[in-house]
Design a protein around this ligand. Sequence first.
Ligand code: HMG
Length: 439
Amino acid sequence: MNKSISGFSKLSKSQKIDWIVNTYFSNTNNAKQVIKQYWNSDEKLQQLHDEFIENTITNYYLPLGVAPNFLINNTLYTIPMAIEESSVVAAASKAAKFWMDRGGFKTEVISTTKIGQVHFLFQGDFKVLHAFFETIKDKFLTDAKSITQNMEKRGGGILDIELRNKTEDLQNYYQLHVKFETLDAMGANFINSCLEQFAKTLKAEALNYEAFTEKEKHIEVVMSILSNYVPDCVVRAEVSCKVDDLTEKNINGKAFAEKFVQAVKIAEIEPYRAVTHNKGIMNGIDAVVLATGNDFRAIEAGVHAYAAKNGSYSSLSHAKIEDDVFTFWMEIPLALGTVGGLTGLHPLVKLALEMLNNPSAKELMQIVAVAGLAQNFAALRSLTTTGIQQGHMKMHLMNILNQFEATDAEKATLTKHFEKHTVSHSAVVSAIENLRSNA
Ligand code: HMG
């Protein structure tokens, strides 16, 4: 069977499905049924989802959960989270509740600058190029006026354009390194449109610049694109309380704080640990980023680059004990938007944003950072006390029961049973087998 096809994109949705099921599945009826069972009966809603991407055949569901009791700068939030992994929402909720009783989370947006670059090749004298750049700097701005005027009216726009000489690293390679303020928009389209205009201006003006030789006049633009590395679009989130206030029934506050700080220090100096530590942070961050219709790939790429900014991959969060006060904090780059993209289109994204009181991008940065810090706190708390498996497996119980197609009655019996027993895959399997053999 030929598994390649030309003109697939031009087929109708049902023709695409027919081709897929006939090409890749032996049980075509079953495959078709699985695909169709996720279609929405509301045709308009289904069409909206179909048109988010290309070659759509069905919807891929992720659960949308909520984590209540987040006290952030004295305001209470319930945070929406879209994620497939069990125990993440429970962990966030538990950490939120814990810190709600201890003053809550404090946050601050440190900066909101985003970066875009025009990457180009120039064969000639840098001093002449620099003189040329100075003469056309204003022209960049005037030529881009039709793109920037609305953003400027709202208080944003282009902050600075810099010529960077990168020829030490790559022959003939220069950049226009541009700083932007995009306010409530993530800004990708705005930035890329500005950059593509700058590239046109650069090439056109070079052709007319008399001080250039014939060779120098022909600047080659390689590409114009925003950067997802945003080390100047940073938010800080923090929790803090007296060490004694960390004390709970089985936990001594001082001993817990010391072990917790030690765990963070390990993640600061050991990349193998730092990656997992930061993965725990991203459990919270990605879930809120996704629920609010933002681009989690961009966030992931930017955050991990930031975690390696000092030359070695390290923990994003930090902790200390000073004068018997425990402080746990994180500074993290988050280029988020609350307008544009999916934010005005996806009904669940609109719902999630409304649940958060329709935040500005700056407010959303703070909420997302808190979700990350809370998640990290919950994971470290488990790791340094009970171990991660106890809580994780407790939450994973339902998934294991579903794997074994447990009935509602079996689920009820076994959930009760595991309130008093440790959940592990093998323990659940033998409990199901016992239950079924005694039935
Ligand atoms: P627990 O103490 O057994 O929970 O914790 P509880 O039953 O006593 O309930 C206390 C609170 O926890 C609840 O308060 C909820 O806020 C929350 P209440 O609502 O009753 O007033 N909670 C729940 N929320 C929703 N649904 C539930 C639920 N159960 C409790 N079913 C818990 C259980 C899982 C929360 C705890 O053990 C925990 O926080 N564990 C950490 C789990 C975790 O970090 N999961 C992430 C996946 S593991 C991973 O990928 C990252 C990692 O590798 C990162 C790293 O290494 O750093 C660990």
